[in-house]
Design a protein around this ligand. Structure first.
Ligand code: PLP
Length: 437
């Protein structure tokens, strides 16, 4: 007998399927338990409603066809104009909407490689230089594009080693990839210095600001010191910024912003070699949902600049409350970061045990392995959840000291939490790759 789940011969009633769907929803991590990791960015307070309603209204449209739809084109134009403005661009700047940070980074590296093919035809195996902290998706996309990534170890304080990066620029280097902030360590790289280096060496500087692009302007307004990283920095040619992170768009939605049309010129992949004439899509993917773009349009116009600042203030208060508490717990410390990511490391404690203990209290957490730390994406937790999180952290440490915890937690992204509940693709993937999970 096949173990495949097959299409039921006849459908169940609306009520029955709704009951089953609700059961599936109940099986998901409660929103607040993963709000500092996997369930972050679910919308902002009352504005969530307008985003959900707008999403439902645009449920059936395909954004591949914005060339036929004036309303859809207006929605995309407005959202991209706002994004360009937020990352320090002007009328000369250009932007494209994509499905996420992965696609935005792909578009940047793809354009960079095409640019290099024209400007540096002597290079056969193009290379980019990046700090070790660069996001995995830059490596993934470089593999797709046959670009070699030369990574440079972080300095002792976990910041990017600019001198080290400069030292490995060689005859095959076409660009520099850098982060604002980096996912693992939460800091913005010294992008002004890297901008000078890029200009001096005629290299393409790409900033992966998937996390920072749409929160940094509001944090700065609240007095946070965030190093310059956007189009105000000479030498930066492209920036990826995720709307589905701190822009609070429903997934999937990100942006790739180009300094000017001169950079965007290397982005498009027009196809005419088929029976239907010109095929031109905005990014790498074809069909994509219009609903998230419309939802963020509604959110942006409902919240306005002041609404995003007010949300940023809540994030800062939560981040600072966590820092204060963690620093007061003997054995734990936080890393200094720029913005909304926060890492909690153990001083004389195994932080993986802390994750294990926190899981027993119902918290879903992500981590960094090198060096080990809990990795928080700060989002708006309810007051009671924040109190519970902080109290559970204190109890977890006390329980570890009392020898009551022996289960380590800290999954990597390809980690299998439990074979019985794991997706088949993942089990198959780990089998194919022979990796130990
Ligand atoms: C800095 C950075 N770049 C790229 C990505 C990839 O984004 P996505 O998962 O939307 O493809 C992430 C995701 O967390 C990120 O933090």
């Amino acid at each position: 007998m096949s173990s495949l789940h097959t299409l039921p011969r006849s459908g169940a009633s609306y009520e029955e399927v709704t009951r089953q769907v609700d059961e599936l929803v109940d099986g998901m991590t409660p929103e607040q338990s993963g709000k500092l990791s996997s369930t972050a960015f679910w919308g902002i307070g009352d504005a969530l409603q307008i985003a959900k309603e707008t999403h439902a209204k645009f449920f059936s449209w395909n954004a591949l066809f914005t060339f036929q739809e004036g309303s859809a084109a207006k929605i995309e134009n407005d959202v991209l104009d706002i994004c360009i403005d937020l990352v320090g661009g002007d009328e000369q700047s250009r932007g494209n909407l994509t499905s996420g940070g992965t696609e935005s980074n792909f578009c940047a590296l793809h354009a960079m490689r095409n640019w290099a093919r024209e400007h540096r035809p002597d290079i056969n195996v193009p290379e980019i230089v990046a700090p070790y902290s660069i996001h995995s998706t830059v490596h993934k996309m470089a593999k797709v594009l046959d670009i070699k990534v030369v990574t440079v170890p972080q300095l002792a304080d976990l910041s990017a080693d600019v001198a080290g990066m400069q030292a490995v620029i060689g005859p095959n280097t076409i660009g520099i990839a850098t982060s604002a902030p980096s996912w693992p360590y939460g800091c913005v790289d010294p992008i002004e210095t890297l901008g000078h280096i890029a200009i001096e060496n005629d290299l393409w500087l790409h900033v992966d600001a998937c996390v920072g692009a749409y929160i940094a302007p509001f944090f700065r307004e609240l007095g946070e010191e965030i190093p310059a990283f956007d189009l105000s920095v000479p030498g930066v040619r492209s920036i990826s910024g995720d709307l589905h992170k701190y822009g609070y768009a429903p997934k999937p939605l990100s942006t790739i912003i180009w300094r000017s049309q001169a950079e965007q010129a290397y982005h498009y992949i027009p196809v005419t070699e088929w029976p239907c004439g010109l095929y031109l899509s905005q990014g790498f993917v074809g069909s994509r949902p219009l609903a998230p773009i419309a939802a963020v349009w509604a959110l942006m116009h409902h919240l306005g600049h002041e609404g995003y600042v007010a949300n940023a203030k809540k994030l800062l208060d939560i981040r600072n409350a966590i820092i204060d508490k963690v620093e007061a717990i003997d054995g734990l410390t936080t890393w200094p970061t720029h913005g909304p990511l926060l890492q909690i490391a153990g001083e004389d404690l195994d932080i993986q045990l802390v994750v294990g203990a926190m899981e027993q209290h119902g918290w879903r957490l992500l981590g960094v392995l090198d060096p080990p730390a809990i990795h928080l994406t700060i989002d708006v937790l309810s007051e009671s959840s924040l109190e519970k999180f902080l109290a559970d952290l204190e109890t977890s440490v006390a329980d570890i000291r009392a020898g009551k915890i022996d289960t380590e937690g800290l999954l990597t992204y390809g980690g299998v939490a439990a074979e019985e509940t794991a997706p088949k693709w993942l089990l198959s993937a780990v089998e194919i790759m022979g990796v130990d999970h």
